[in-house]
Design a binder for this molecule. Structure first.
Ligand code: HEC
Length: 133
């Protein structure tokens, strides 16, 4: 009897470890996709190609939606709700991405680049925050 319980425990924790690993992989993949989308936007600027900017913005908005996927549920010991924070960052990134496109469509490249930089700052500030988790 005891052996069965132990075997079950071992099996379920192995399963749990596997799930965590898969989630981590997804998280990394999603981050890499955001990087690709961001690079595409920059490429669109440099080649002055609205289609490339449009695709980059579209991809970024889709991937940003999944930003919360890696966040631990609930509140950390410092009383900081990481889930709420991630949602907010994802929303901000999506909104800024819209602004990039609108500005670029109007031919206002300076404003497009400025909004792009604000997106990059969002990425960097979360990464900095993450390191203190
Ligand atoms: C809400 C938090 C958050 C935001 C916002 C965020 N990231 Fe990340 N990012 C993470 C976490 C967490 C990791 C993994 C860090 C770790 O495990 O050490 C990561 C890692 C990465 C990595 C490294 C992936 C790898 O394979 O090593 C890249 C590239 C990246 N992010 C790109 C971006 C880009 C581009 C943006 C903005 C468009 C962005 N991130 C916004 C949380 C965030």
């Amino acid at each position: 009897m005891k052996k069965t319980v132990l075997a079950l425990l071992v099996a379920s924790s192995a399963l749990f470890a596997q799930e965590v690993e898969v989630r981590n992989l997804d998280r990394m993949k999603n981050m890499q996709n955001m990087e690709t989308a961001l690079s595409m936007i920059q490429k669109g600027f440099l080649f002055d190609n609205i289609h490339v900017v449009t695709n980059g913005v579209k991809d970024l908005k889709v991937t940003a939606l999944h930003t919360e996927s890696f966040i631990k549920e609930g509140v950390t010991k410092e009383g900081f709700n990481t889930l709420v924070y991630a949602h907010q960052q994802a929303e901000d990134i999506s909104e800024l991405a819209d602004r990039v496109l609108t500005a670029f469509e109007k031919g206002d490249r300076y404003s497009a680049a400025n909004n792009y930089l604000q997106i990059l700052s969002k990425c960097l500030s979360c990464h900095q925050t993450v390191r203190s988790w």
